[in-house]
Ligand binder design. Structure first.
Ligand code: SF4
Length: 290
């Protein structure tokens, strides 16, 4: 198996076989992210991907879940991706699901017909970074995606039957923009209604543009209390059924479960933390790098 550079996968994919299909991310500019900074985006040779798939078959007698890496794999041509999916299907007939990283703007650029073909070839799920529903935040972090593109991409994914997990970041609006960020993010999520969501507290990755902005006083970090208030607002106002992956290691109250069944319980936990936890008196949240 060949993996180039640092490898990332979402935490719910801990037991999946990782097949590297692309190297890096086409945007690679988000101010908070250093995942693929050392990589120049490229698409691997199809033959090399096939060789890895065959080698994995020799190594693993049973594979039930596959995750295609690196960054936005969905950006590659549909025909290329169909060949990768078909190869995995014939090599791992026992496999139950295939997921990948794909930007909502990558979804928006493909036709529903293409996405349906990918779904029929085995693509069941995609992980996309929404980060924020606030257009000003999206612009400031250089996400390279508008709210309109995000909405259109989600609509196409739904039409094609591909499930989506959207991640977003508590605190990304900073101290001043905290309320606007969470109000707009919650509003957008309620419109999009993704099957799964993963909120995580902002961490400052060393060497990123956001770190420089923090040091220069251009971005003021939100307090831990503001981050908790954002999660409280989210849980009070989300109005669709979804899987809540709020158990990222940087979250103040790690919680994971289905909404709306666990929504009230999660809300009570946040309210209790706001009322009793000493972290609410601190100026900044201690987090660790990804
Ligand atoms: S957050 Fe996603 S889109 Fe932005 S640079 Fe990182 S991997 Fe690329």
């Amino acid at each position: 198996m060949h993996y180039e550079g640092k490898i990332y996968r979402p935490w719910p994919e801990a037991n999946s076989l990782l097949i590297q299909t692309t190297i890096g991310c086409t945007n690679n500019k988000c101010t908070f992210c250093d995942m693929f900074r050392e990589k120049k985006f490229s698409i691997r040779e199809l033959e090399d991907v096939f060789q890895d798939i065959e080698e994995a078959r020799r190594m693993y007698p049973r594979v039930e879940s596959i995750f295609l890496i690196d960054g936005n794999v969905l950006v590659v041509k549909t025909d290329f991706l169909l060949q990768v999916l078909e190869k995995t299907k014939e090599t791992f007939p026992e496999n139950k699901r295939i997921a990948l990283y794909g930007g909502l703007n990558d979804f928006e650029r493909k036709s529903v017909e293409e996405l349906k073909q990918l779904n029929q070839a085995g693509l069941t799920m995609a992980y996309a970074g929404l980060e924020s529903g606030d257009p000003l935040v999206l612009e400031r972090i250089k996400k390279g995606m508008t709210v309109e593109q995000a909405l259109a991409g989600m609509e196409k994914a739904k039409a094609a039957g591909i499930e989506m997990l959207l991640s977003f970041i508590f605190g990304l609006g900073g101290k001043e923009g905290s309320r606007e960020h969470i109000v707009e993010t919650t509003r957008l999520l309620n419109l999009m209604q993704p099957e799964e969501i993963a909120p995580m507290a902002l961490t400052i990755q060393p060497g990123t543009e956001l770190e420089r902005e923090v040091e220069a006083g251009e971005f003021i970090l939100p307090t831990p209390l503001q981050i908790l208030e954002e999660e409280k607002y989210l849980l009070e106002n989300l109005s669709f059924p979804t899987m809540y992956w709020g158990d990222h290691g940087n979250n103040i109250v790690p919680m994971c479960g289905r909404l709306p069944e666990t929504q009230q319980l999660f809300l009570e936990k946040i309210e209790h933390t706001i009322a009793t936890h000493p972290v609410t008196k601190e100026e900044t949240l201690q987090t660790f790098a990804w």
